[in-house]
Design a protein around this ligand. Structure first.
Ligand code: ADP
Ligand code: MG
Length: 717
């Protein structure tokens, strides 16, 4: 039987095992199973530190038996076999009911691997009915030595598939596997000193010594980087072949720029130039603009929109919330002035528009009567079509997935693409997740911005400081300023769902303490004596849209002094008179999110203050994250720290990339060098062989990475 990487798993390991693997991990092919790499390696000489195993978790331990005893059960008939195992620091008891026969194998001094769910019984750790495999003693001394240092792979396992069962199945596959091609070209493998794929697979799963799996892992990690970067290089090359309408700046662009009420910053000007360079070529622009909150990305995008409009094209601007879409619409109308507004006819398209207005907007988009269509997710609907979509702008891109970006792009014939983000993206992440985008950065803020001062209000240390927080709010209001109070939840039973999906991460056990809510905080504030005369309103995602808009515009117009809100206000809201923000349970938000939130104050001539209120104890990770935010105003530094403190998966975010589940050994936060190198090689490969016709094995891996059939993939390239 010839077994290759694309063989169905069942044909090798049998249907029953195949079903177990599919159920546990979703594996269906030989390649899937062989991609299940060990989490770590143990040796028989080494023992797992038992103290580190949290109760409730499925654990695999390497340990030695120290005592074996049987006793009768207290309440029922029958016996309990109790086996104590140790790592030299702690004890775990294995219990077996009515299985006294096991005593034969489980002898004092025997070593082995034990797996099961760690439970607590009368305060002691125990594994009830664990699976185990004892190490066999080898009679010869020399063999013993080898045996003692031979690494044992420990796999990510489940209660139905123990680590050694996985190892056995992989062994069966490796015995008959025929690896036909090498994804990494020979010349590159030689230069980089990498092992072949077949030897890597053998050695990562069945190493005879430590060095084996290390080289195998390095080789497979490089392969992963090359696969990813080649996929991206192909995508970049494709974009260069696609024809698109060139859009060059003209009289309207100049009039727009001349009419701005402020001087553009140097960065804004250079990004506008980059955009115009991109768009005046006959290939679609795909550009990401990153810049701090308030750095003025919108005006840059607006300029591109005017340029496209003056060449007859339309722009669709996608914003994550209705509040933000509405704000963009209003500020665009204002910036364009009456004359250009009349000609370009901007329309707003959101889910909550009355039917008649929606129909009108749809018609304006489809007929070409409107050149600027601004909206929310509603823009993605099938009902929306355009006469000549020349540019797609995605604001706050981290709120959208790649598929949503593509859906909108499909509504035109290769329109230019501009994505805006205030969440700075570390370079390696940009290269991995957004490798098909060019990146521009607006690094400096417009002049005249007042600095924001941030303080942590640690209620764990100073419970009484809350009173002082509200006094500070009252002081600002008395001086004619406005305040934001942000809470993580809407009401005790309703959490704000519109916004917090992926940013909010709980790194520690959830505390039993209830979170601050908008509905409870408002009456609390109304009872504060100093705030008796303040006008206060609530804003959250569960309110009807027109109500939200009314509250927002009252706050914008200064008719409301204190806005108690959820993260609805996070993105983009611009109220220059707001000078103080109080964030309750600040540890409940992501670091980048806190940074974005506080960017809502200090946007005008008044200095901004941000008070980060937390119950987190000193020394906890939660507290550290909040302190980090207070300690710097540099979004890039925070993003880097955020990456450090978050898991890889959070950094990549499935919704943004779909990459998370595919990266096994590569870590974008650690493997920048490898990614750089792989990118260089990938560009060479693709420019020498654009269809990858001579790289079958690489194509196979790319298709697996993209979850596609390789034939389909080849056809497309
Ligand atoms: P963001 O990059 O966060 O989207 P905006 O585009 O909303 O920022 O800009 C924030 C505010 O700064 C807006 O009120 C905008 O009009 C203003 N602004 C933009 N560029 C400048 C500039 N060069 N000088 C002064 N104010 C500016
Ligand atoms: Mg913005």
């Amino acid at each position: 039987m010839s077994v290759t990487l694309d063989s169905p798993l069942g044909a090798v390991v049998g249907d029953r095992s195949q079903k177990a693997f599919q159920k546990a991990f979703g594996y269906t092919t030989v390649a899937d199973l062989l991609g299940h790499y060990p989490r770590r390696y143990a040796t028989r000489g080494e023992l797992t530190s038992i103290a580190e195993i949290p109760p409730g978790e499925h654990a695999t331990l390497v340990a030695e038996i120290v005592s074996v005893s049987t006793r009768s059960m207290r309440q029922k008939r029958g016996s309990v076999l109790e086996v104590a195992i140790t790592d030299g620091t702690g004890l775990v008891t294995l219990t077996f009911f009515n299985q006294a026969w096991r005593q034969k194998d489980l002898r004092d001094g025997a070593r082995g691997i034990f797996a099961g769910k760690v439970g607590l019984y009368r305060g002691a750790r125990q594994l009830a009915h664990p699976d185990y495999e004892l190490f066999e003693d080898d009679p010869t001394e020399q063999a013993q030595e080898e045996w003692a240092k031979k690494p044992i792979p420990l796999y990510p396992s489940t209660s139905s598939l123990a680590s050694w069962q996985i190892a056995k199945a992989i062994g069966v596959v490796l015995d008959v596997l025929d690896v036909s091609g090498e994804p990494v070209p020979d010349a590159i493998r030689e230069t980089e000193g990498l092992a072949s794929l077949s030897s890597s697979l053998e050695h990562i799963h069945r190493p005879k010594e430590q060095g084996h799996w290390q080289k195998a892992r390095d080789s497979l990690r490089f392969q992963e980087a090359l696969v990813l970067q080649t996929a991206l290089a192909v995508r970049r090359a494709e974009q260069k072949n696609v024809e698109s309408v060139a859009r060059t700046p003209g009289a309207d662009t100049n009039a727009f720029l001349a009419g701005l009420p402020f001087e553009l910053t140097a960065d804004q000007t250079s990004v506008i130039n980059e955009i115009h360079d991109d768009m005046s070529s006959p290939h679609p622009m795909t550009r990401l603009i990153q810049g701090e909150v308030g750095s003025g990305k919108t005006v840059v995008a607006a300029c591109a929109m005017v340029t496209v409009a003056q060449t007859g094209g339309q722009t669709a601007l996608l914003a994550p919330t209705e509040v933000l879409a509405t704000q963009h619409f209003r500020s665009l109308v204002k910036t364009l002035g009456p004359d250009m507004t009349a000609r370009l006819n901007p329309v707003l398209l959101t889910g909550s528009l009355p039917a008649a207005a929606k129909k009108k907007a749809l018609l304006a988009a489809a007929s070409g009567a409107s050149h600027l269509i601004i909206g929310t997710h509603a823009l993605l609907s099938d009902a929306v079509s355009f006469a000549d979509l020349g540019l797609v702008v995605i604001d706050e891109q981290h709120r959208f997935g790649v598929d949503q970006r593509e859906t909108l792009r499909q509504k035109g014939r290769h329109p230019h693409l501009l994505v805006l983000t205030a969440t700075p993206i570390p370079r390696t992440v940009a290269m991995t997740v957004f490798g098909d985008l060019d990146v521009s950065t607006i690094a400096t803020m417009p002049e005249g911005r007042s600095p924001i001062t941030s303080h942590v209000v640690a209620l764990a240390d100073h419970p009484s400081w809350m009173t002082r927080v509200w006094q500070r709010v009252a002081e600002e209001v008395e001086n004619g300023r406005q305040a934001f109070v942000v809470a993580p939840a809407i009401s005790p039973s309703v959490r704000e769902e519109e916004h917090e999906e992926e940013e909010e991460i709980s790194l520690e056990e959830p505390e039993p303490r209830a979170l601050a809510t908008v509905e409870e905080t408002l009456p609390l504030l109304q009872a504060v004596p100093e705030l008796q005369s303040a006008r206060m309103e609530a804003l959250h995602g569960r309110m009807p849209t027109d109500e939200k808009d009314e509250v927002m515009s009252r706050f914008g117009a200064g008719q409301c002094d204190v806005l108690v809100a959820t993260t609805v206000i996070e993105v983009g809201i611009d109220v220059p008179n707001a000078s103080i923000m109080v964030i309750l349970d600040a540890d409940r938000f992501g670091m980048s999110q806190l940074h974005q939130l506080r960017g809502r104050v200090g946007r005008g001539e008044h200095p901004g203050t941000c008070l980060l209120v937390t119950h987190a104890e000193q020394g906890t990770l939660a507290r550290e994250r909040v302190e980090s935010v207070a300690s710097t105003l540099d979004g890039f530094e925070l993003a880097a720290k955020d990456v450090e403190l978050r898991s890889e998966g959070d950094v990549l975010g499935v919704r943004q990339s779909g990459v998370r589940s595919r990266l096994k050994l590569l870590r974008v936060t650690r493997d920048g060098d490898i990614i750089d190198k792989a990118k260089g090689y990938a560009d060479e490969i693709v420019s020498a062989d654009p269809t990858l016709a001579g790289h079958k094995a690489l194509v196979f891996e790319i298709a697996r990475h993209l979850d596609e059939d390789s034939e389909d993939y080849l056809e497309k390239t």
